[in-house]
Write a protein that binds this ligand. Structure first.
Ligand SMILES: [Zn+2]
Length: 313
């Protein structure tokens, strides 16, 4: 009797001493693009929940009670930052989560613009409070659409995991190295694909201004009737200016986005006679059976669509 108890105790101690005893981390990421990167690096030591789901808009999101519960039990929380997740602070404080919040875009040189139309919509009270007469400086949150920036995201994610779970640091390093290698290859591929489009044709219209980092990295000019956040609405003046530009410059590449309202772009395409080039995945992955179920597949899909549309006469 006594002996079997001892054996059981020894077996238990052995179990706890094996590397597998490092407990799996429960991780929450704000949106699907980031959740995929976190999953790539966390591997099977991590369970990842994305708050905003596939095809969901990360700018405007209404958290559910299940989101709060997931945060309350999370070991680590990842956000993209640069003002993307305006709804996150309130959700985190309501959930009682007290752990680390990793900002995956840390260290990225951000793009900004002056919101010249700030006084056009004084309807949002928190916006009116920050709006000066000269227009407000706003930051572009869509940093992941440059693959070189995604390498910085991946590096930040890897470091955060190594700090949170030092026992598995070797595994996170292996996963991080492999994934960053994959991203580096992807970045070179995007440069190659875009370089095959004559510079004068590299003009694209999208639903909102989500491809600024992509455009700066690969040399494509993007215009949109709506700015950095889908919270804003396009003014009649902005839409008219864009229609003018499409006609004058004979822009052929006009795109919908999977996570945004398609009506305005459809209307613009109709008025200008531009053919729609398809649906880009700017800030939300597709479902698993869709064309963009991972970050790498999303970039490949977008680039193939963009290239085809820019080359169309
Ligand atoms: Zn966006």
């Amino acid at each position: 009797m006594k002996k079997s108890l001892l054996i059981a105790a020894a077996a238990l101690a052995l179990c706890q001493a094996t590397p597998a005893s490092a407990k799996d981390l429960a991780v929450v990421a704000s949106f699907t693009v980031l959740a995929d990167m976190v999953h790539e690096i966390g591997g099977n030591h991590v369970t990842v929940r994305s708050l905003v789901g596939p095809n969901g808009d990360p700018h405007v999101y209404e958290p559910t009670p299940a989101d709060g519960a997931a945060l309350a039990h999370a070991d680590l929380v990842f956000v993209s930052g640069l003002g993307l997740e305006g709804w996150m602070d309130r959700l985190i404080s309501a959930s009682g989560y007290k752990g680390k919040i990793v900002v995956a875009s840390d260290g990225i040189g951000s793009r900004t613009m002056i919101d010249a139309d700030d006084d056009d919509d004084a309807k949002a009270p928190d916006k009116a409070a920050g709006g000066g007469a000269a227009g407000k400086v706003i930051t572009d949150p869509h940093a992941w659409n440059s693959v070189a920036n995604a390498v910085i995201y991946a590096t930040n994610v890897e470091k955060a995991f190594e700090a949170a779970d030092p026992a598995d640091a070797g595994l996170f390093k292996t996963n991080g190295d492999r994934y960053i290698g994959e991203l580096t290859t992807l970045d070179a591929w995007v440069h190659q694909q875009i370089s095959e489009v004559p510079a004068a044709r590299r003009k694209v219209i999208t639903t909102h201004d989500a491809f600024g980092y992509f455009g700066a990295a690969y040399g494509v000019e993007f215009r949109a009737p709506i700015g950095f956040s889908t919270e804003a609405e396009a003014s009649a003046r902005q839409v008219a200016a864009l229609i003018d530009q499409i006609r004058k410059e004979r822009i052929k590449a006009v795109f919908l986005e999977n996570a945004n309202d398609p009506r305005l772009i459809r209307q613009i395409a109709e008025e200008t006679g531009a053919k729609l080039g398809g649906t880009l995945y700017a800030e939300a992955l597709s479902a698993a059976d869709g064309p963009a179920p991972s970050y790498v597949k999303m970039i490949r899909y977008n680039v193939a669509l963009l290239k085809a549309a820019m080359l169309t006469n």
